[in-house]
Design a protein around this ligand. Structure first.
Ligand SMILES: [Zn+2]
Length: 424
């Protein structure tokens, strides 16, 4: 939804001619030689530019062998090689399938029980079928959440994790099936120095790696005449860009000051673990409540065909795009997340003021277990009339950022010149 409406006001995407769908296997077979070089360059770039970067074992480097392309390609990117990557499009809530056959939800992701996409509808597309770029990018924007970053850590006991050499999983809620993807979908670049000193693992977040991989692969695919993959890789990168516009993906504990973090940490060291456990649970619940609100309200609007809401206007508004420099290697760290972090304390206060206390202020509750039995929007309205429309304005600040930074990333990919490494 963010991808589709964030890019609909970009004519380069909205009016782009339909492109022929192409399976990943076909693309990889045709471009194997070129990809060997591109992936080697990406690896060099990682070593040179990422502040913290564990070098992979040489055995996963992508070589021209003529066999088993998909698995080797995903491994070279350090993504779960079991990721599905089929030919499909994701329908927006309320969108007609246009005569295309349904694609089964259970075949889209590696997860056993992907509750959060149970309501999403997908359609199958055929090899060579003409598809709209906007629909390709928008569908691909959600794809990394289907399991790209699962089981990539050394202690995840997956068949591939040892070769990846990513180290021990830095953090992530072990109660959640998708917990191990957290350090790739979050970027903590703006914590106080002392926090990194005490908790060095917080530096080990890797969205910059994914955003650059997708950028380089997308440009390569366009250059070599595979526009379908140009747009799909673009969507992969956009996922991480959009994740980081969400303050709960850019700060460890929004709403919790450095001194309080230090105190909680001190208590934890001397054996009083309760405080730390509680705060981690609360922040995880607030994070999930926020995303649940967003998904529910945007789905509701699309089903009702009512986009007359502040967060839809903000998402589509291009007025502030040029306020930022072009999207380069510093953008995620110095521009985008800086902005997300600056909103985080206020956002945390608003969540606590407007959302049900049980969900966002009770450490005994695991949000994932509660949400199935609760209609969040209705509960908010019953508890506190007017809270849904008040929170709609809060959401507009977030969708505004998702729109601006998505379009700026897309502009950088489509630009004639590669300016990712030129910092201004
Ligand atoms: Zn994500």
């Amino acid at each position: 939804m963010l991808g589709y409406y964030g890019l609909i006001t970009m004519l380069e995407i909205k009016n782009a001619q339909p492109v022929p769908a192409e399976s990943l296997e076909s693309f990889l077979q045709k471009e194997e030689a070129g990809l060997e070089k591109v992936l080697a360059d990406i690896e060099e770039w990682n070593k040179k530019n990422l502040v913290v970067y564990p070098v992979p074992t040489p055995e996963i480097a992508f070589k021209r062998t003529g066999i088993d392309h998909k698995r080797r390609f995903l491994e070279a990117l350090r993504m779960d090689p079991e990721s599905r990557t089929p030919l499909y499009l994701q329908l927006l809530p309320g969108q007609e399938a246009g005569g295309r056959p349904a694609f089964p939800v259970k075949d889209i992701s590696v997860f056993k029980n992907p509750m959060w996409i149970a309501q999403t509808r997908f359609t199958t597309i055929r090899e060579g079928e003409a598809v709209l770029p906007l629909e390709v990018v928008a569908s691909a924007c959600d794809e990394p959440d289907y399991g790209f970053d699962i089981g990539i850590w050394q202690d995840n006991n997956s068949p591939h994790s040892k070769k990846f050499n990513m180290g021990i999983q830095p953090f992530g809620n072990p109660n959640l099936e998708y917990g191990s993807q957290a350090p790739v979908h979050m970027g903590f670049y703006h914590e106080a120095g002392i926090i990194y000193l005490l908790a060095g693992f917080l530096k080990r977040t890797y969205p910059e790696m994914r955003v650059h991989q997708a950028y380089a692969l997308s440009r390569f695919a366009f250059r070599t005449g595979h526009p379908y993959w140009g747009f799909r890789f673009m969507g992969w990168g956009l996922h991480y860009v959009q994740d980081l516009t969400q303050p709960y993906h850019a700060r460890v504990l929004p709403g919790v000051g450095t001194l309080r973090m230090l105190w909680i940490n001190f208590m934890d060291i001397i054996g009083r673990h309760e405080g730390k456990k509680n705060i981690v649970q609360l922040v995880s619940n607030r994070h999930l409540a926020l995303e649940n609100f967003q998904r529910r309200i945007m789905t509701r609007d699309l089903r009702n065909k009512d986009l007359n809401q502040p967060y839809w206007f903000a998402l589509q508004n291009t007025e502030f795009d040029s306020k930022y420099n072009h999207f380069n290697k510093k953008y995620l760290r110095d521009v985008l997340t800086e902005e997300s972090v600056s909103k985080s304390d206020e956002l945390s206060r608003e969540i606590m003021a407007l959302m049900p206390v049980r969900l966002v202020d009770d450490p005994g509750v695991e949000f994932e277990e509660e949400k199935g039995s609760m209609d969040l929007l209705r509960t908010m309205e019953t508890n506190q009339p007017g809270s849904v429309s008040q929170f709609a304005n809060v959401l507009a600040r977030l969708t505004g950022a998702a729109g601006v930074h998505s379009r700026n990333y897309v502009r950088a990919i489509l630009a004639t010149q590669d300016t990712y490494d030129s910092v201004n």
